[in-house]
Design a protein around this ligand. Structure first.
Ligand SMILES: Cc1ncc(COP(=O)(O)O)c(C=O)c1O
Length: 370
């Protein structure tokens, strides 16, 4: 297995905790342990009394039950808890794919969705989207890409870095193509719950399709990235077993305090989500006004869900140099789109945090002075 560097992580490695103003993160405003435990009158005491032994590989039963309740038709036994979504991507790909398999992957997207299959010796077909097409996946492209050796189709909805969310008919078409060929459909749904209009929320793929696998996490919508709790939901006991066999070689089990805190957050999810969606909605309006006032300087396809947008500064050919310049002059950290696609001329803007208005002001000052 030959993994190439994870461009996004390498970019953030030297900058994320040094930059005064993070304006490209894909997670929402976080919580302190005190804020989280205050959601439940007994939580702080229970946390202090918690044993710090191993937990079950599949996850603590209370946490699995909370996660299962996020879905329509998923039982707690169909959930496998992981250390973040990242570990779950790794175990899923290793459990399902073999050298020579063909995999179709949403592009551009989070690098590990394509990189892990590639590193396993799979033949990866990028399912390409573009700003000109509103970042939409075209089901006809999928139909044409399928081969007898296609083992998995991988999508990310709602999508990073663009905030694209398909209409229900598009997701139906994708499911029906996967079903016609009995191909596993892996759906990275880590931004689910952050739709700006609740009526736009799509069914999860594990609910919509018997061979669907849904990926979820506490990091994004819940703002709890530091817990490192993610999960897979699948109706296939055989797949779940193989995933656990891989997990035996990664983390074996998740951290007990993290599992407990994730359970509290999910038990109070309405409150956690509504705070974060409120922050996002307010910040998105600021971003919209900023861009509308500078129509000749930037273009974008407005996002429909999630805390990120993909914004293209006009006449910029070296987007990495542009991000360096903004960081140097304003202390504002953008993310060059090249970490998702080498040809990109866009930057990812993240507006899930309370610091966004201040960061945007500083960015505006630089943009308006050049
Ligand atoms: C689309 C997508 N999937 C998976 C992940 C991994 O999530 P985590 O860092 O919580 O493991 C990310 C993180 O940025 C992401 O954007």
């Amino acid at each position: 297995m030959q993994l190439r560097p994870f461009r996004l992580e390498r970019y953030y490695d030297t900058r994320e905790f040094a930059a005064p103003y993070m304006m490209s993160a894909s997670d929402c405003e976080t919580w302190t342990v005190a804020e989280l435990t205050a959601l439940d009158p007994n939580a702080a005491d229970r946390l202090l009394a918690l044993s710090l032994g191993y937990t079950p590989t599949t996850g603590h039963p209370d946490l699995r039950a909370q996660i299962a309740s996020l879905y329509g038709q998923v039982q707690p036994e169909e959930v496998i808890v992981h250390a973040g979504a990242e570990e779950a991507v790794f175990t899923f790909m290793n459990a399902v794919l073999e050298r020579g398999d063909h995999v179709i992957v949403h592009h551009p997207a989070y690098q590990s969705l394509a990189e892990i299959p590639r590193s396993l010796g799979c033949d990866v077909t990028p399912w390409a989207t573009s700003a000109a097409r509103g970042w939409a996946l075209d089901p006809d492209d999928l139909r044409h890409a399928i081969r007898p050796s296609t083992r998995a189709i991988v999508i990310n909805v709602p999508h990073s870095p663009t905030g694209w969310l398909p209409p229900a008919a598009t997701l139906d078409a994708i499911v029906s193509i996967a079903r016609d060929h009995e191909i596993v459909l892996f759906s990275d749904e880590v931004y689910r719950g952050l739709e700006y209009d609740d009526r736009d929320r799509l069914p999860t793929v594990v609910d919509a399709y018997e061979h669907g696998v849904s990926l979820g996490v506490m990091s994004k919508a819940y703002g709890l990235a530091g817990l490192r709790i993610g999960w897979l939901a699948t109706h296939s006991p055989a797949l779940a077993r193989r995933v656990c066999q891989v997990k035996d070689y990664t983390t074996i089990c998740s951290s007990a305090p993290s599992e407990y805190l994730a359970t509290i957050a999910l038990a109070h999810r309405a409150e956690v989500l509504s705070r974060n969606v409120g922050i996002i909605r307010g910040n998105l309006e600021l971003l919209r006004s900023f861009l509308n006032a500078r129509l000749t300087q930037f273009s974008w396809v407005p996002p429909r869900a999630g805390p990120v947008a993909f914004v293209e500064p006009a006449r910029v050919t070296d987007v990495e140099g542009y991000c360096d310049m903004v960081l140097e002059r304003a202390g504002v950290l953008l993310l060059p789109g090249t970490v998702f696609d080498e040809a990109s001329r866009a930057v990812r803007v993240g507006f899930g945090r309370r610091s966004f208005p201040k960061a945007l002001d500083r960015f505006a000052a630089v943009v308006d002075s050049v």
